[in-house]
Write a protein that binds this ligand. Sequence first.
Ligand code: NAP
Length: 238
Amino acid sequence: MTENRIALVTGANKGIGKEIARQLGEAGYRVLVGSRDLARGQEAAGELEGAAAIQLEVTDPDSVQAAADSIAAEHGRLDVLVNNAAIIPVGDAAASEIEFGVLREGFETNVVGLLAVTQAMLPLLRKAEQARVVNLSTSLASFTLVGDPESRMSTKRTFAYNATKAAVNMVTVMLANELRGTGILVNAADPGNCATDMGGWGAARTPAQGAAVAVRLATLDADGPTGQVHTEEGQLPW
Ligand SMILES: NC(=O)c1ccc[n+]([C@@H]2O[C@H](COP(=O)([O-])OP(=O)(O)OC[C@H]3O[C@@H](n4cnc5c(N)ncnc54)[C@H](OP(=O)(O)O)[C@@H]3O)[C@@H](O)[C@H]2O)c1
């Protein structure tokens, strides 16, 4: 029964997050479209099946708590949390020259914000029968790929983005370990390079293609994996 299941997708007013929300809605979930700008969230939700907007700025503790309170009051639990919201901070650069303000901004949104939302939603996830948490990651967080001079991933000079997403992978593994045996599965999804504001509009993959791997992890059966990063093709090397 997925009709009554409740899913929250952060940063779902556009891009891959909106597509994740669309696909979960089509799968029968009641989807909460997280958006820091409520009007843009409402506009997106209006185009999607089974969706409603919720104001959510992941770096604002009041906004995060208000979202958790409103989900608790309206639904009493949360079945799926997709931590999709993220940035490549303006000014992102190589490790040798990154400005620390830029680095801090990246960590504030991509890591602290993601954890703040996760911690706030955890009591609601624990109330669901078999909750799923999906964190959006990237092959730019793979030590194996970035460390391979032959790989395209080794050529990118986005230290803040890569480092924050590597931290997201560690959140994924450590939270999965903590929650083992509770029925909550925690995984990360690498959507591949998709045509969005972040991915660049020339990217080969559509946001819908990128969303599919996150949706698969959000709808895993009870015997599914936990603590892993997946691409469309399978597990991403660390
Ligand atoms: N596109 C790719 O090629 C690619 C590849 C690998 C991984 N990813 C990952 O996939 C996810 C989605 O990427 P995308 O390409 O869809 O990016 P996008 O088009 O730039 O969308 C990012 C979303 O996150 C929201 N957001 C950013 N900062 C936020 C904050 N502080 N609080 C709340 N929401 C915030 C944005 O809201 P606003 O509209 O208000 O800015 C937007 O809704 C990200 O985690 C990204 O790292 C993307």
